[in-house]
Design a protein around this ligand. Structure first.
Ligand SMILES: [Zn+2]
Ligand SMILES: [Zn+2]
Length: 356
């Protein structure tokens, strides 16, 4: 039996060529273990745009209407009868996942992001109401308490929202590959993901080198915590760093020469992809063999690690650099995102949804 529902305001797209527009959606009333959250801010992630325009149709076709958004912060308004973790009034967050089976090997290892039965925050089959899940471009959301995160009280919540995707996407591989004091870390690309990567690598105590195609990003890279910025087109500058890195985080989604960065890794060095270029990358075997280097990927992080990341941000005063916009400007923001015209993430002030 389906649970009862209530009406929520949202912004949705009706087709891959439609702009996002105001709409009303049904949300389930909280069941036993659910937390109902009034959404205060939602970050704009590049995957929102990819999904709205059905650009990932090959492996994740979009169901319309779509309500995107998986960088959610808000306040608890209602909880189910069996909820123990949260109370109304508390500040909380929701990231890219809202459910998983909790029984598989991956879930048992706190790696819900790799659960074969994981439910994404939007455009995933909705087990409760049928249809698909609706994300954070909305005035509220209802989520099982296990997938709700606690916010540190000292951070600006508009800048916290992007931590739920851009933050954990860069934090998790750095933890996995042991980024810390005495390590030399590269961050390729200085956008939404890259700017978080720089902040984390710096906070972990590593020596941080940013690789960028635009020399005018040098000052910003240093301000964000880099020790050095290298213009990747400058072959001489690149050569100076050959064989010297412990870890490189590659955040670039456009086609690029990944081998140029693999060559900068030292023995046992690792390069992790978190950007997703559309075309396959060419990786010559000897680039990896000669120094036992590895080349890998990473996808967000589990719930426990996401909480750890938020707590780390609270302790080190880390938030994303955001431009706050009203929801009415979201289509304009998408066009600017395509031109990388944002420093470094848009955060939608959901109070604006009430004004319409
Ligand atoms: Zn995202
Ligand atoms: Zn599982």
């Amino acid at each position: 039996m389906h649970p009862s529902t209530y009406k929520a305001k949202a912004y949705s797209a009706a087709s891959e060529t439609s702009p996002l527009a105001s709409t009303i959606i049904a949300r389930r009333d909280p069941t036993e273990r659910d937390v109902q959250i009034e959404i205060l801010f939602c970050g704009i992630c590049h995957s929102d745009l990819h999904s709205v325009r059905n650009e990932w149709s090959e492996f994740m076709a979009t169901n319309y209407p779509i309500v995107p958004g998986h960088e959610i912060v808000g306040r608890v308004t209602r909880v189910g009868s069996a909820v123990t973790k949260y109370k109304p009034g508390e500040l909380v967050a929701v990231g890219c996942m809202v459910d998983s089976d909790r029984t598989c090997q991956n879930c048992k290892r706190d790696l819900e992001q790799f659960c074969p039965n994981m439910t994404l925050t939007f455009n995933s089959p909705d087990k409760h109401l049928g249809g698909v899940t609706y994300g954070g471009y909305s005035d509220s959301i209802v989520v099982n308490e296990h997938f709700v995160l606690r916010l540190p009280s000292n951070l600006n919540i508009a800048g916290v929202a992007p931590l739920l995707c851009a933050g954990i996407t860069t934090y998790s591989p750095m933890r996995h590959w042991g980024v810390g004091q005495g390590k030399k870390v590269g961050v390729v690309g200085l956008g939404g993901l890259g700017h978080m990567g720089v902040k984390f690598a710096h906070a972990f105590g590593a020596r941080v080198v940013v690789f960028t195609t635009s020399p005018n990003k040098r000052d910003d890279a240093m301000r964000l915590g880099a020790d050095e910025a290298v213009v990747s087109r400058n072959a001489d500058e690149m050569k100076k760093h050959a064989g010297s890195f412990d870890f490189i985080l590659d955040t670039v989604s456009a086609d690029h020469d990944v081998n140029a960065y693999i060559n900068l890794l030292g023995v046992d060095g690792n390069l992790t992809l978190v950007g997703a270029p559309a075309e396959p990358l060419r990786v010559p075997a000897f680039g990896l063999i000669v120094r036992r280097r590895s080349f890998s990927g990473s996808s967000i992080g589990g719930i426990a690690e996401t909480q750890e990341m938020l707590d780390f941000c609270g302790k080190h005063n880390i938030t994303a650099d955001v431009e706050v916009i009203p929801v009415q400007k979201v289509n304009e923001a998408y066009e600017r995102l395509l031109k990388s015209d944002v420093k470094y993430r848009f955060s939608i002030d959901m109070a604006s949804l009430k004004s319409k």
